[in-house]
Ligand binder design. Sequence first.
Ligand code: MV4
Length: 493
Amino acid sequence: MKKILVANRGEIALRVMRSAREMGIATVAVFSEADRHAPFVRYADEAVCIGPAPSSQSYLRGEKIIEVCRQVGADGIHPGYGFLSENASFARQVAEAGIRFIGPSPHSIEVMGSKLAAKAAAKKYGIPMVPGTDGAVSDPEEARRIALEVGLPVLIKASAGGGGKGMRIVERIEELDEQMARAISEAESAFGDGSVFIERYVAGPRHIEIQVLADTHGHTLYLFERECSIQRRHQKVVEEAPSAILTPALREAMGQSACDVARSCDYVGAGTVEFLVDENLNYYFLEMNTRLQVEHPVTEMITGIDLVKEQIRIARGEQLSFTQKDLKINGHALEIRVYAEDPDNQFLPDIGRLETYRRPSGPGVRVDDGFEEGMDIPIYYDPMIAKLITHGKDREEAIQRMVRAIDDYQVSGVRTTLGFCRWAIQHPAFTGGQFDTHFVKKYFTPDVLHQSAEGAEEVAAIAASWAWMHSIIKATTSQPAGATPSRWKANRS
Ligand code: MV4
């Protein structure tokens, strides 16, 4: 592979190109009109505009992207995450055009894209799964029998869903018929596939996922876990590796299960197997994501492995250069997602211009971002500004380092989730490792961001400066210049 086209934008496009460049591989960016001045476009060796801002007219145009590959002579495509990354027919078209798709086969994407097909494949390997139906359910009598057998509450899930889309909880048996009918019609209109299945509802679970790598020579191994329980409406907020609750034995069992899930669909490349873990440390297979994930950096920090380079090596047909025994966990890593969202206003996107944008740095701090000071955050895409990652010798150091890095981050012009993340990682439930997927729902209200000791100090300082300004205004009846407190400070807590 001599030239890779990155079919994505923002931080992940930049992150992929950096690894390609270190391997002596040329890079090609494709970009929309909204991203003309983005860092990833400038960083690439070549860049081609593929259409207007909306994704449907740019980043989702598979045929156009393959045509660009032909024009520039690219022999590989890295899809990043989102957009075309889990589109089996795109992966197939790429292969048919004689270009390497840096990812798994269309078959693997298809199997894992259907939750029912994924469960059927995993079942053959004896992977632990939540009790429930094996296949799609549409008959109300059968649904009733299963619900009573596994025990209420149950969850109705769409086979074509994922990431929480199309899920319905049923607490009482009288609600089952109606919820089934709704789930089926919703799945039909959202995914064009009305297949749903039923599982017992696991209350208060942790969401732990395992990173796997598989080469084309039959080697499959796991790069430990990522704890992703701190999420808000299925959007991850904080990710960490390793998880504070796994024992070495459980880690190994889950790792083996994850490798078996990968084998069950003949997986090749980097993938992630998601599990639920209940309060008794039972684990259950949920789904497999057949792409590089947003939170992959925490795995890179604790293993020292560059996952993008491994993806590229695997796509070139090389053998993995290490074995399971070679892999060790080194220290602890945290990632927070910095979104241009307003925690005071139901996390609505707060798009606008990054008036001030200064990254933290120093020992153990990594920032994966795709913006620069003065840039506008486009309304067309996900409002993630950056991923802030810290690494330390242990969990406590990683957390302290993250607090420091958040405090060193200077952003103004848009509201961000920095203060929200700062609150989350300092919460006693988080520092004590006692949390589940309901953490944000349980503990967060906007006022928690306005009552910290430091916040109180800032309010006092601002009040004092106002009093001082007033005394000047009274004395001189003229406006003082430059006395407005900087907005990044105001945004911080
Ligand atoms: C569940 C569950 C409880 N019991 N399945 C949500 C995303 C999708 N991957 C599966 N999800 C869940 N499946 C059973 N049988 C709870 C969730 C769930 C969840 C899972 C992972 C991370 C966050 C979550 C938030 C709410 C619900």
